[in-house]
Design a protein around this ligand. Structure first.
Ligand code: TPP
Length: 619
């Protein structure tokens, strides 16, 4: 095995060029085998095997700097930098991250996870190099999907005036997670098509030259080719800005890439190398279904089917269904996603109401202000987005939606711990960042029926409103508890005794487990389902604190600025003297791993909560 000789960074340089295809094949087989068991970003990694090999042959890591945009495609990079063993525990708690991490290797020079940051970070590393008199090469690798994000253009705008070398590699596989969208994608597509057209022409010349009058025809075509070429000179968009454009180059041809990288290194300015790759290359199911294999659950290698097929509906499914109903009921309902029609569940809405569906690309800031515009124009926009990605749009929510009190609905998926993607993707800040904004209203459903009811409530509400729900199976307990949603009112589920659990969203299920365990130990528990985190139901807090010895707030959000702080504030303001425990995520980043394990680790699982409550009650 060639891979056995690659134990450390730069070992790839000892491999004979004639063995590159065999090594690429071994890497693909390795990745497919490992990811089939752990799950992970298969398609993007299979597409970037030769590109990564070429970059490692070209660069001298760790002195040179290589930044991966989003970072989900960095598996081959990890494999070539001494982390082969790490794949056994990829994305598991305590194991190797699925993204670049500075703390994991000195070959990971910049942590990523959210899209479109690599050119800004690379530019920073270039300036840091120059100011300190360094000579290393800096390469930022960005995908065509990530190039739909605004930050990438802010960075290109600055990079354009560089008078020193900075290499940007555009890894263009014509796909975001789903089909890539928008003008830039179309532009890149034109370059690809034109190039293929010119290549075909070369073949045609050679055939024509051998037939009578063929030379004249060739001359005619050459003229046409030159005017055609002028029309579509590849990369003029970048060239006009002041960034050298090289390519397009076949991203599965290592020697072709090496030639272009060497040429790129000679420029004394920012240079963009356009590399064409195929997402999922080498694994037929991933080539056929690139969206499904973008981030794959463990799967069977023979069939490509998930090893553990999903049997229960998750919150995304429930949201997806309610959106189709809302769409049918009200023509003013429009839906927006930032490049995630599959992940957010909006695909069905898109298929039913294509004119009222917008995929804006990886552009959360734009998505929110665009929604504000739609609302100002009289529509009811629903922005469906993951909690961690909405962090980007804080100012747009504040400045464009909330100051004008516009009726924009935020459907916030993956709110809470998300698991294997780790720190960058945990959705544990939204209650805090949304709560701080005047006019914002925030709800969190306890179960699947409540998500539907809340979406319907939101669709009829005249102002900014958010519904946040977690990743994973939709809770199907507490079916009978379906009192109508009222603005700012909580729901009393059990009124039984000395301890009152006040739980937000996903933590209602945990509160039931806590109650059951405490009941077994002789304690009696009430449970309040918060429903609204903002405005908080002061009456419910008053009731809890005057009728119980201990109030326990519970949320899957950081403590700072979350639900518990509000409960504590109300108790303090009203001078209510019951005991208080705040169950929330501590002031730290939560790494990757199984969600149940993570909850235990940070003390928000039922057992840890019971222990804390018992200690408090025994005092
Ligand atoms: C700000 C932000 N929004 C959404 C995502 C989710 N996301 C991860 S990868 C990806 C698509 C990236 O496409 P591209 O850059 O072309 O890389 P590819 O996977 O095709 O190689 C998206 C939308 C993200 N990581 N960051």
């Amino acid at each position: 095995m060639l891979l056995d000789n690659i134990k450390n960074v730069n070992d790839i340089k000892n491999v004979n060029a004639s063995d590159y295809p065999a090594l690429a094949q071994e890497i693909r087989e390795f990745l497919i085998e490992k990811i089939s068991r752990t799950g992970g970003h298969l398609g993007s990694n299979l597409g970037a095997v030769e590109l990564t090999m070429a970059l490692h042959l070209f660069l001298n890591l760790p002195e040179d700097k290589l930044i991966w945009d989003v970072g989900h495609q960095s598996y081959t990079h990890k494999l070539l930098t001494g982390r082969r063993e790490g794949f056994e525990n990829l994305r598991k708690f305590g194991g190797m991250s699925g993204f670049p991490k500075r703390k994991e290797s000195d070959c990971d020079c910049f942590d990523t996870g959210h899209s479109s940051t690599s050119i800004s970070a690379g530019l920073g590393l270039v300036k840091a190099r120059d100011i300190q008199g360094g000579t290393n090469t800096v390469v930022s690798v960005i995908g065509d999907g990530s190039l739909t994000g605004g930050m990438a253009y802010e960075a290109l705008n600055n990079a354009a005036k560089l008078e020193t070398n900075f290499i940007i590699v555009l890894n263009d596989n014509n796909m975001s997670i789903s089909e890539n969208v928008g003008g830039v994608s179309k532009y890149l597509n034109n370059i690809r098509t034109a190039n293929a057209y010119l290549d075909i022409k070369e073949g045609v010349y050679n055939t024509l030259k051998d037939i009578p009058k063929g030379a004249k025809v060739v001359e005619g075509i050459r003229k046409a080719k030159s005017s055609f070429k002028h029309l579509v000179v590849p990369g003029m968009f970048f060239e006009d800005m002041g960034i050298t454009y090289l390519g397009p180059v076949d991203g599965h041809n290592i020697s072709a890439m090496l030639r272009v990288f060497q040429e790129a290194k000679r420029t004394r300015n920012a240079v963009l190398v356009h590399v064409i790759t195929e997402k999922g290359k080498g694994f037929a199911p991933a080539e056929r279904h690139p969206a499904r294999f973008h981030g794959a659950e463990p799967f069977d290698i023979e069939t490509g089917l998930p090893t553990k097929p999903r049997t229960t509906a998750n919150y995304t499914d429930i949201f997806s269904t309610v959106m189709t109903k809302l769409g049918a009921r009200d023509e003013k309902i429009v839906a927006i996603t930032a490049a995630m029609p599959d992940g957010t569940g909006l695909k069905r809405f898109r298929n039913m109401y294509p004119d009222r569906f917008f995929d804006v690309g990886i552009a959360e800031e734009h998505a929110v202000t665009f929604a504000a515009g739609l609302a100002a124009g009289g529509l009811r926009p629903v922005v469906a987005v993951y909690s961690s990605f909405l962090q980007r749009a804080y100012d747009q929510i504040l400045h464009d939606v909330c100051i004008q009190n516009l009726p924009v609905i935020f459907a916030i998926d993956r709110a809470g711990l998300v698991g294997s993607d780790g720190e960058t993707h945990q959705g544990i800040f939204d209650l805090s960042y949304l709560s701080s904004i005047p006019n914002m209203h925030i709800m969190a459903p306890k179960n699947k029926w409540e998500l539907s009811d809340m979406m319907k409530f939101a669709a009829a509400f005249d102002g900014p409103i958010a519904v946040r729900y977690p990743r994973g199976d939709a809770y199907a307990g507490l079916k009978g508890y379906r009192a109508p949603i009222e603005l700012g009112r909580s729901e009393l589920l059990y009124a039984e005794g000395e301890i009152c659990l006040m739980a937000a969203g996903s933590m209602v299920k945990t509160a039931e487990e806590v109650k059951a365990q405490l009941n077994r130990e002789g304690y009696k528990c009430s449970i309040i389902n918060a429903r609204f985190v903002k405005p908080i139901d002061e009456e419910s807090v008053k009731w809890a604190a005057t009728n119980h010895k201990l109030v326990v707030s519970m949320e899957e959000n950081v403590a700072s600025g979350g639900y518990g702080e509000k409960v504590r504030d109300v108790m303090g303001n009203l001078k209510l003297s019951a005991g208080f425990i705040q169950i929330a995520i501590p002031d730290e980043y939560v790494e990757h791993g199984n969600v149940d394990l993570l909850k235990k680790e940070i003390g928000i699982d039922a057992e840890s909560i019971v222990e804390r409550i018992k200690k408090e009650m025994e005092n």
